[in-house]
Design a protein around this ligand. Sequence first.
Ligand code: ZN
Length: 343
Amino acid sequence: MGSVKQLLLNSLLLPGFPGLLRYVQRNCATVFMLHRFQDAGRGIAGCDVSHLRRALAYLVKNNYEFVTLIDLFDRLAGKGPQPRGAVAFTIDDGYIDQATIAAPVFAEFSCPVTTFVSTGFLDGKLWFWWDQIEHVFQHAACRSVQVRIGDTVFDYRLENEEQRIRAQAEFTAKCKRVSEAEKLTAIAQLAQVSGVEIPRIPPPHCAPMSWDQVRMCEGTGMTFGPHTVTHPVLSRTTHDAMGYEITESWARLRSEARSPVPIFCYPNGGWDDFGDREIAALRRLGFLGAVAAEPGYANALTFQGGEDNRFRVQRFGFPDGLPHMIQYVSGVERLKQLLRRST
Ligand SMILES: [Zn+2]
């Protein structure tokens, strides 16, 4: 019998639709992924804090269970109760607004959150390559640029804001598809032909949190996991660079944070952005698992269904609208997935 037929039959035994949703969610948790938080003072665009507050208040009022990422990984592994629609929050990268804006809001709702930091960024050794690309496109005085990325030469017109934004998005996307060395060469060339010098220190809206802020946030319920040193797409790096990015970021985090979380977060996080090589390295270092950025539920059956599946835990981008968020946490999205799969 098809899984949906079985599901619908089972749902007849349950008290209506909410029961059906609880049923389809019994093995699943929703892990949300966030990045930037709006801070007008620093010129940072991102998740609006009043939206985050409304969303957390909704989850509390409707008795959703907040779970730490580490507890969730235990429960997905079968240690402890089933996930039953629990909700976990994660933040990627280690920007300053994640400590100053987001951490207090999560603390206000006693909601645990795990932030994945790129340690070279917090160490002040670099700022993120996509921010550098944005900086160049925003400051270029020329009307067009010609730049090589890997084997291809691209021509970008920069006559107005719309063209600059489009060029920046395209250039950034292309940089994710070439080797790390080709990407760095392309960015250096872009800066040179645009006549823009990339400063060593990031502008305020691209700044990292400090390690002191990491420890302060730990005191209010935020935990921290590693997200490489320099944030390369790992599958586009050499074997040695991949090993260094994982090992060194974990070592730095352990030396600075009080309770580092042994769960890794892949830069970019698509299925093509990591593979067996990265999973083997994480295994060797004793990681419990890892999170990707591919949308989907964290599912106990999937988690336990294959040796490496705990290194491929999926997350949903945190939506801008409350109805969309409710669709994820309530299980409506899960039901839709099951229905799609059966057709
Ligand atoms: Zn990231």
